[in-house]
Design a protein around this ligand. Sequence first.
Ligand code: SAH
Length: 346
Amino acid sequence: MTLAELQKDLEARGEKPFRAKQMYEWMHVKLAEGFEEMTNLSKVLRENCKLWYTYTSLKTVQIQESKIDGTKKFLFGLYDGNVVESVCMKYRHGNSVCISSQVGCRMGCRFCASTLDGLERNLLPSEMLAQVYAVTRLTGERVSNVVVMGTGEPLDNYDNLLRFITLLTDENGLHISQRNVTVSTCGIVPKIRQLAEEHLQITLALSLHAATDEKRRRLMPIAERYSIAELMEACRYYFERTGRRITFEYSLVNGVNDTQEDAGRLAALAKPLNCHVNLIPVNPIKERDYVQSEAGRVRAFQNMLEKKQINGTIRREMGRDIDGACGQLRRRHLGSLPDSEGDGRA
Ligand code: SAH
């Protein structure tokens, strides 16, 4: 609930409006894990709240810390026994938390571990928030950036995503600046257009991964639905409405999308939109035989972009030793359970 909704609800139950402010602060600033902690509320009210409301709090199932770069990966348990993963990366400019937006994913990108078992369910706004809150509590450090780049397709869980962004950036809560929130999408065209109308200042990242429809279709089933031309049109619209430049994500797969010609085509797409390109050497997953582009090819790709005046950053790989890429940890966890406990498919 937003603060206004909580105020209205508590008032309707005969409570004083200032109680809402107190509760909201416990939840979204002090990051309490339940009503019991709200010690400036009467015991009776705390007990009543337990009857009236559901308090979302995550179980910490596992934490892994990278010995290479301090990246931490968290596996959190949800009320229904499902698990999701979140990652905390330390950068010079602060801590960035990568959260999941769904349990599993139905987009089917061929190189991605999150989608291998399909979609289980959408995450609630509170379950997305709780990932950020739990990471803050467990690390004892402030989170400055939130990226919705974990498991799931955020625009396939649109309403919950928007409510999550509203709460995350609310001045009465953690108050993370919208500019420090990035949403990554595989490219659901109508949803990109809808998002353009929301007057948000978030960053939109587009997982492009190929510069021709033919190659994109080989990597991403969503490319069967929307052509690159339609996507670029939607990106232009997004920029027009929000003034926010799009970021292209491009995972380099050896011999598939990493030629000089690919780089030239990508530059031609990025140019009119003035896009920044993030180059990510694909993270190999054991279920697929995709291989990372060699370092030399990655650099040559970047050089070609540069020659065409496109800024391309080679994404530093983080947490390689802790199953850092999308869906890997959750998958390993499910795979390690006996069939009766796991979903049997992992
Ligand atoms: N569904 C959203 C967000 C989640 S994936 C999206 O598609 O953008 C976050 C990013 O990681 C996407 O760009 C995705 O294509 C990429 N990704 C997934 N698995 C990967 C892998 N094994 N190696 C490199 N990038 C990967």
